[in-house]
Design a protein around this ligand. Structure first.
Ligand code: PEP
Ligand code: MN
Length: 338
């Protein structure tokens, strides 16, 4: 349910309506748009049958949102969500943000060197995993807190922001201490306790689409974050499992316009995991930009054959610079910037 308020609504009327919603055991989420202010009503809407809210001063209309995701839907917020982070970085605006770095943080020197390279090429975030979700328990699992410290230091020395994965509710506080953005990985997209915890942390979140998740599933998971009051959410398309075996995953470019239509949240494309092979990363990054993404995530490594994870899909520094030039040209062609 959303309550659409009159243009003339006063702060007192707004408070009064919110108070009433709370008295009914529901939670009001106020969204102030350019055109109108609306209140999203969270909880068991049956309770609204008892108390019709149309009659309250300041209310224009009460609308049922038929979509199962409410706060994430365009009905709730018509304008694109845009939020500002440190260094004046805006996420969801005209400028496409680029997160780049190694799949795993391996040591400080390689990370610092890569941070300088990706910053120079125009990236805004340093990405790298300190906690790694590996298919095999015998594969490298990440450096843990040591990796987080390296990320923070390398990013601070180069003027980048940090985006890194959090895998478990018990790590949220720790990762949030070092990171600017928490990444919820594909394998954890439906870890609902993790979603609740990241929602409550109020840190910006990159929520990646699960390997077999539909766009609707992804939006329902985003709803968990939003319903905890965290609207600084970016959705990540990173490829899905299909019958195709010539690439690691199938990057679902359809998802970008679909997501943009359904939700106000920004969307990022990850052609590294989406294709799994270095040669395909740049064309699919360009395709992502052409399709309307708000961010790119690219894995880069100085020596991919020695990478502790995802070497096959990691670009060499020179290839990343090339990608940035090509993606920038596409961005300009579609009225965006990188
Ligand atoms: C990653 O970004 O390194 C990663 C593991 O991504 P995903 O969760 O999309 O597989
Ligand atoms: Mn990876």
């Amino acid at each position: 349910m959303i309550i659409v308020l009159k243009k003339t609504v006063t702060p007192q009327e707004l408070d009064h309506i919110c108070q009433k919603v709370r008295e009914l055991g529901l939670t009001p989420q106020v969204s102030r748009g350019v055109e109108r202010t609306v209140i999203g009503v969270i909880g068991d809407e049956e309770k609204l049958q008892v108390q019709p809210l149309e009659v309250f001063p300041g209310v224009e209309q009460v609308l049922a949102i038929l979509k199962p995701y409410k706060l994430a839907s365009r009905d709730y917020r018509a304008e694109n969500t845009e939020f500002e982070m440190a260094h004046g970085v805006k996420v969801g605006g005209k400028k496409i943000v680029v997160m780049a770095g190694p799949c795993s943080v391996e040591n400080y020197d390689m990370l610092f060197d890569l941070a300088k390279i990706v910053k120079k090429a125009g990236a805004t975030f340093l990405r790298g995993g300190a906690f790694k979700p590996r298919t095999s328990p015998y594969s490298f699992q990440g450096l843990g807190e040591e990796g987080l410290k390296y990320l923070r230091q390398a990013a601070d020395e180069t003027g980048l922001l940090v985006c890194t994965e959090v895998m478990d509710t018990r790590q949220v506080e720790l990762v949030a201490k070092y990171a600017d953005m928490l990444q919820i990985g594909a394998r954890n997209m439906q870890n609902f306790d993790l979603l609740k915890e990241c929602g409550a942390s109020k840190k910006p979140v990159l929520l990646k689409r699960g390997l077999s998740a539909t766009v609707k599933d992804l939006l329902m998971s985003a709803e968990y974050l939003l319903s905890r009051g965290n609207f600084k959410v970016v959705l990540g398309e990173r490829g899905i499992r299909t019958f195709e075996t010539s690439t690691r995953n199938t990057l679902d470019l359809n998802a970008i316009p679909v997501i943009k239509k359904e939700t106000h949240l920004p969307v990022l494309v990850d052609p590294s995991h989406g294709t799994g092979y270095r040669d395909f990363v740049t064309p699919m990054a360009m395709a992502g930009v052409a399709a309307g993404c708000d961010g790119l995530m690219i894995e880069v490594h100085q020596c991919p054959e020695e990478a502790k994870s995802d070497g096959e899909q990691s670009l060499l520094p020179g290839q990343f610079e090339e990608l940035m030039k090509k993606a920038r040209a596409v961005a300009h062609a579609v009225g965006r910037d990188i």
